[in-house]
Design a protein around this ligand. Sequence first.
Ligand SMILES: [Zn+2]
Length: 404
Amino acid sequence: MLVAHRQLLLFVLLLVATAAGAAEYLSVEVRRGDGVYSLLRRYELVDYACNITEFRRLNYLNPNSKLLVGRQYRLPIEVLPYDGESIRSSTRDQNWDRAVAIKAYNTRMLELGLRSRDYREDGLLYVPYHIDHCSTIGEVSPATVADEERPTFEVPEQNTTVAPRTFNIFGPAYAEVPLIDRTLAGRIFYIVSGHGGPDPGAVGRRGGHMLAEDEYAYDVALRLCRNILEHGGTPYMIVRDENDGIRDEKYLTPDRDETVWGGASLPRNQKLRLFQRSDIINALYEENLAKGLTDQTMIAIHIDSRHRGQQLDVFLYYPEGDLVSQKRADRILEMLKEKYDEYRPGRGYAGTVSHRDLHMLRETKPSAVYLELANIANTSDQVRIVSAANRQLLADWLLLGLYD
Ligand SMILES: [Zn+2]
């Protein structure tokens, strides 16, 4: 029993603070095959519709978002300190029935093995969202386990329903891209992953594997492109690799067969290689501008190398004197900091925004942000990029930074 609990604890239980610092939610890692319903059913939350809505809100999910294995999700269960006296005083609410319902829920979680200790022992009280927010405060019934399986995700409401579109660049597993909403409609993004072709960029080593910057930057860039598409924006994947889709492996095999938008291969000469991509972006920029599309942004993604011992948060650069780009870079850093604080409370996230004279910032016409996401030579920084779940998180957080 003890062993079972320990295993459970390994993949459950990470308490995460919200940006506001107020509520803490129970955070869990999703198992293979889990959907929103099966996950919430396990915690006996699925019978209350408000829990499902709240779960989506807490995790920025839309009705047709899938859950990704290995990623942490916040459950609509607030975790409060138990004061050793009573549930009523701990939750600052004198309602007796409410306290009884909370107690029943905590007992049930213990019975189900979803927590290893009683709240009176570990001092952590679980308060499920439905207790205060659903129309019926009911006894939490264990009957839900036997419910017939409901679909993992629902079809979005009426006029937002659009058949998934297929983009082979994302690879077979991710080629179909649903349209979740149109919050980025009319906005153009040129996503450029650094290096590629004959140039692997910075190189790191981990457990006998070679980590090539261009492959990891490419994977984050692809995921960001896909996120933008999900919200109706128009991303251009400038550096391309037709046989590497989004990859969920830890170690991304370095290759040299990248091409650029339009199909040309990458020249060996660095100057030519940079002009090749800035010329493509500028041509597309003019084309889109002629159609009246003025909201155009270039995002260059790098994972660079510094001294091995140096852990690096993110560096963002914009072209000097470009206030629009500067504002965008500030916004991206703000979101990264906010999200990082949620996932790794207490660690803090340092990053800087500054202007810099780099080819991709100087020679491209759209507003531009150049990112260095990590130090590929640093062991703890590597964790941020070798985990596919973390690469997805980076892309998700970058997406949030594209909104004002
Ligand atoms: Zn680089």
